[in-house]
Design a protein around this ligand. Structure first.
Ligand code: SF4
Length: 229
């Protein structure tokens, strides 16, 4: 299997952006400390991503077979029924930044470090997704992630990672027996071409989620999952 490892992902962390995310009020000492931490993180971080192109072999009744690996999910089947190939991936903020983040005794600084890691993962995805689309001339793309929605549960990480080979050796991402990922600021999924906007959040009934990126869409919920919202 031919995979591509991205281990020199350009990264620019923005103190002002983090200040807004952390809702830091004007406090020169705190801002100075955050600025120091961001500079440290910027120097340490080595985010990584691995991906490949994989053909869709067969679409069945709520199953999709990708490069010989079967996935059980109505949602995956519906999202992929009109594409001939997909791009499985794993991405992480990187073990280097994760180790750095464990060196803070102060709970506040530990929280800031966690938020910085989250931003690094976000920027890694902002690099990865267009890179995949441009490399394979895939046009507009969206992604699905195992564990984001009940219809494609976390245990589907196992067949998904089977498509990428030795993910731990390449990226440092480890999986616990209950399929938690370490570093925790890591993400796996499938990128796929689509002409219509798709976000997991559009089908997620966790209406109070503070990380929601798109409104819940009851019509799409019915179309993709066969339920009434
Ligand atoms: S609404 Fe929140 S929990 Fe639901 S898919 Fe989006 S980010 Fe995840």
């Amino acid at each position: 299997m031919e995979t591509t490892l991205l281990d020199r992902i350009p990264l620019t962390l923005d103190v002002q952006e983090l200040k807004t995310i952390l809702r830091l009020r004007e406090n020169p000492r705190r801002l100075e400390r955050l600025t120091e931490m961001v500079a440290e993180a910027q120097a340490v971080a080595r985010p990584k991503a691995i991906f490949r192109m994989a053909p869709i072999d067969a679409i069945g009744e709520d199953t999709v077979t990708v490069a010989g690996v079967a996935f059980q999910s109505r949602l995956v089947k519906i999202n992929l029924k009109e594409v001939g190939r997909v791009f499985p991936f794993a991405a992480t903020c990187g073990v280097e930044l994760d180790h750095w983040s464990h060196g803070f005794d102060s709970p506040l600084e530990g929280f800031w470090a966690d938020t910085i890691k989250e931003q690094v993962l976000l920027k890694t995805m902002e690099y990865l997704v267009p890179h995949v689309s441009e490399t394979y001339a895939a046009g507009p793309v969206a992604m699905m992630n195992p564990g984001s929605l009940p219809d494609w549960p976390l245990d589907q990480q196992i067949p998904l990672m089977g498509l990428l080979g030795d993910v731990e050796a390449q990226t440092g991402i480890r999986f616990s027996p209950n399929l938690m990922m370490f570093p925790t600021k890591s993400l796996t999924g499938i990128i796929f071409s689509t002409d219509t906007k798709y976000e997991n959040c559009m089908l997620c009934t966790n209406l109070d989620c503070p990380r929601r990126r798109a409104e819940f869409d009851p019509l799409l919920y019915k179309e993709k999952l066969g339920y009434s919202g």
